[in-house]
Every structure is written in C-alpha cells, then in structure tokens.
Ligand binder design. Structure first.
Ligand SMILES: *[C@@H]1O[C@H](CO)[C@@H](O)[C@H](O)[C@H]1NC(C)=O
Length: 356
C-alpha cells in the first residue's frame, strides 16, 4: 500500500502541456538563418526504421572536475554547430555558458544538482536548483537520494523529488516573468519555503501561510496547490516560454530492478519530466535493459494517471561512447542521450549512414 498524501495521488488533469516537451520536435529549423546547425542526419533511420535526428537527442556533456572555461566555450560552440539538445555542465559554469548560448534558441542549458552522490539534504538540493535556474539553467538533472531508495524510505524519496521539481518550475516561472530580480538570500528563502510548503501539502493537504518574505515572490502557495492538482496552466511560464525540464538520475547500476521500477513510479508521481540512468561517476552506466524497463514503467505509470504515453521520458547516460550504442538506447526508449563524445558520435553516425 502506498502512503502518499494527496501530493502524489492520481491527478484528474493531464499535465502534459504544462511540463512541455518542446525539444521533441524532430527537425529544428532556425528562422533567422543564422544558425549553422547541421541537421543532415535527420533522414537516417534508427534500427527500428523510424527516422531520427541524432543530434537532437544529445545532451553534450562535460562534468569532469577539471573542465575549464575553454572547454565550456568549445562545448557550447559545438552544441550550436551540431544542433545538440543541450549542454550539460556543472553549476559553477552555468553563468558563462548562459552568455555563450544566449544567441541560440535551440540549445538548452542543463546543469546537475546533488551531483554525483545525491546524498545532500533536500533543502541543499533545492538551494542548488533555485540558484542554477536564476543563473540561467533551463534543464535540471538531479541525483535522487540513493540511500533513501535503498532504505525503502519511499515517502522521503518522493518528497525529495517533488521539492526539486517545484523549486525548478517555480523559479523558472519567476525568471521568465517580468518581475524584479532576486538576491542571493532570496535563493535560500525560496528553497526553504518550497521545502516547507511541499511538506505541509503532503501532511495536511494544504499549504499554511508562508514566510512574509514570500509576498514579494508571487503566490507560491497557489503554485504548490495547483501543482498538486496538476493544472498544466500553472506550470507554464507566464510569457508562454517552454517550462524548464527536470530529470532525476537514479544511478541504476546501484539499484535492483524492483527499486528501479518503484523509483520510476515515484518520479512520475512527483512530475519529473525525465528519469535518467546514471551519473557516469558510479559503478556502471546505461544498459539497454534498464532503459527499456524505465520506459515501460514511466509509460504505465503515466497511463495510470490519465496522461498520455511519453509524458515522462527516459534519458540514457553513462558509458555511451559510440553511435551504435547511442542508437541502441534510443531504440530501447530513450529520448535523450547524455554523452561527452557527442561530436565523435554524430560524425560516426553520419559516416555509417552514408553522409559526408
Ligand atoms: C552534495 O552536493 C554536491 C554538489 O552538488 C555534491 O558534489 C556532493 O557529492 C553532494 N554530497 C553528498 C553527500 O551527496
């Protein structure tokens, strides 16, 4: 028997629209004609026969501790050139990458939270998330609390996930509205109030009055309660911009199949946009079997909530080093691939499919 409070109970309204999956468009045309993106793999076939545009699946990733400013610049230039879905980098580099990507509508800015262990407190992860979004991130890949999963503390696992999703979505909405900017001390205030509000929502089905400081932030109470009911409108940014995406890293090499299934179900209930396999810093990376299991689980769980298949997607990451592996992951159900060898993979893929 699940012990979730209403925050995790099936929602009457599909949230698909509000969570936004704009990247999924198969072709990425630039109206200004300025972009030099190469979309020439658009017509190649996956082994299952459907055409895929491989670069649009790729999160172009540089998470090694020794990554320099120059590395980040190169990463962003390549991402724009090849039309990758995002660059995925450590939080410290986000402001610099934000400047570099400013001119590009297509390439999202993804950063990692609680990375790579996932063992920080929920409040700390919330602070990291709020700060990252204020710095310009539009996608958040956070590490689930693996110890909570292994301890069967499923209620806490869900709380951790819900807080980070809300911190990201709420702050992103703030960033995309025309309100005044926030100070560093506001970061902790937002994180604290979100963690408190989600806790109250789960315990009492209602958010009590929040700290005074929040009156200047717009209605977080309402945001959290609307999130609970899954209204698409309330997770949308005010100016109609695509909402940010939140991906939860499960570190699947450390989990049993049962734990993977349960964690995926809770990720769906917590309204993560993606479940992701690995950090690349643990005992193993993505496997075809895990990706297929995750895809199957999130689709089933979405259906149970009355949402359409594909509402929650799968990102494969860790140990994917060539085009064949990348395509195997896509065939198994992945909608994103996290790789540090994105350029090599795309070049190899073009060659294999008879492109120059
Ligand atoms: C806490 O978060 C930081 C930054 O995200 C991360 O490097 C560290 O591994 C985390 N610590 C634990 C114990 O999870």
């Amino acid at each position: 028997m699940r012990r979730f409070s209403r925050l995790f109970v099936t929602l009457p309204v599909p949230i698909t629209a509000g969570l936004g999956f704009g990247f999924a468009k198969e072709t990425s045309t630039s109206s200004d004609g300025k972009s030099k993106s190469v979309h020439i793999s658009a017509n190649t076939q996956s082994s299952s026969g459907s055409p895929i545009n491989l670069p649009r699946y790729i999160d172009h990733t540089a998470l090694k501790p020794e990554t320099t400013r120059d590395d980040i610049e190169k990463l962003c230039t390549e991402a724009k050139h090849y039309g990758f879905a995002s660059v995925c980098i450590n939080p410290y580099h986000v402001p610099y990458a934000f400047d570099l990507l400013r001119s590009s509508q297509d390439v999202k800015l993804c950063t990692v939270i609680g990375f790579p262990l996932g063992g920080n407190t929920t409040f700390t992860k919330c602070c990291e998330t709020v700060e990252a979004i204020l710095n310009g991130a539009s996608e958040i890949d956070f590490v689930a609390n693996i110890g909570m999963i292994k301890s069967d503390d499923w209620d806490k696992v869900g709380y951790d996930m819900a807080c980070i999703v809300l911190a990201a979505k709420y702050t992103y909405q703030w960033v995309n509205s025309d309100k005044t900017s926030l100070s560093k001390s506001d970061v902790a205030a937002i994180a604290y109030n979100i963690a408190t509000a989600v806790d109250e929502m789960r315990k009492n089905g209602k958010v009590k009055k929040l700290d005074k400081i929040f009156s200047k932030f717009g209605d977080l109470t309402n945001f959290v309660e609307q999130y609970d009911y899954g209204s698409a409108e309330n997770l949308k940014t005010k100016n109609g911009a695509e909402p940010c995406l939140v991906k939860v890293i499960l570190e699947t090499s450390l989990l049993s199949d049962d734990e993977i299934v349960r964690a995926c179900q809770i990720a769906v209930q917590s309204k993560c946009d993606y479940v992701k396999t690995s950090t690349g810093f643990s005992t193993g990376g993505a496997t075809v079997d895990h990706v297929a299991l995750m895809k199957n689980t999130v689709d089933k769980e979405s259906k149970k909530n009355g949402w359409k298949e594909g509402t929650v997607k799968v990102k494969a990451s860790g140990g994917i080093r060539n085009a064949k592996q990348a395509r195997e992951m896509i065939d198994a159900g992945a909608d994103r691939i996290g790789v540090s060898k994105g350029v090599d993979i795309v070049k190899e893929d073009m060659k294999a499919h008879g492109k120059k």
